[in-house]
Design a binder for this molecule. Sequence first.
Ligand SMILES: Cc1cc2nc3c(=O)[nH]c(=O)nc-3n(C[C@H](O)[C@H](O)[C@H](O)COP(=O)(O)O)c2cc1C
Length: 346
Amino acid sequence: MQIGGFDMKRPVMLAPMEEVSDRSFRKICKRFGADVVYTEFISAEALRRQVDKSFRKMEFDPDEAPVVVQIFGNSEDAMAEAAAIAADVRPAWIDINFGCPAKKVAGKGAGAALLKEPEKMAAITAAVVKAVPVPVTVKTRLGWDRESINILDIIPRLEDAGIQALAIHGRTRSEMYRGVADWDWIARVKERATVPVIANGDIWCAADAREMYRHTGADAIMIGRGAIGNPFIFRQTKELLDHGRISSQPDFHDRIEVAIEHLRLSVHYKGERYGTLEMRRHYATYLKGLPKVSKVRDKLVREDSWQQVIEILRAYEEECEGYEREGKIRDYAEFLNDHSKRLVLR
Ligand SMILES: Cc1cc2nc3c(=O)[nH]c(=O)nc-3n(C[C@H](O)[C@H](O)[C@H](O)COP(=O)(O)O)c2cc1C
């Protein structure tokens, strides 16, 4: 599939995720094989007002590329201006967020709220396309709620506005993150669209990723929550797609090693205090399913010193060696299957 100068075969992308898809996590996902990584969404108004924190969200190193900058907002002017600012960092392309269901975004007429205003959605898109020399894509949902699914009507409008691809999360705004993403609907989106379709929603393991391709016929897939604490999913997905098998499962050593690497990168980019604080939400996912994990997690989320965090993780790794000898470590793949079974078996 082609977006601008990027020609990719069955690409696997890291989804934009607020407070997750930052520079440190993007680097790790990239290292494990993500073909394209997205930034967290960035407020158009904040870029316009030159808010430092928002500018930092757009920073990336050449080794992360291709990086996509995602912006959100509710007016043509603000979005066009923000897109021009974002284009200066030379992203692979700019993505417009028309899918965020959160009150702080949709409540202000941006994100998924624009699904209720297809004309405005198209006008914002056209304004952004006109404002930048890089390709523009859109990420959205199926509609506002099940009763008003309007994505098939929206697609030609966005195509006319000049998008070069469409990322579709197979849920409505009202569904938030509940239930199961509707892959049948993603398949219908793919049938209707003339631009490449990036399929998103409930890919929890490599088998899901392959199934997403098969079920929807999409041109690309995008992984969000399934990558949190499990960046290995990119390597495994690439292996499964390219060679039909997965060479290895990460064990607790690998998972703790990556958690530590993630922490070091986080401290490197955000400084000791924030870098350590912001990692707190990640430990549970890196360690999920390991024995007696709640005790160590409680310790980790109270610790302010990153060096101490590493010590706690190393001590826990040793503890896990003991559990392993006693045969108490459950296969990580089983945990992922617990999440994904509903999809793979349906
Ligand atoms: C913590 C979190 C933050 C998110 N932030 C964004 C965001 O900034 N922009 C966006 O388009 N979607 C955002 N999403 C939605 C994801 O990109 C993705 O569409 C959704 O999680 C479904 O995919 P998944 O099942 O692979 O997670 C976020 C999701 C989560 C869980």
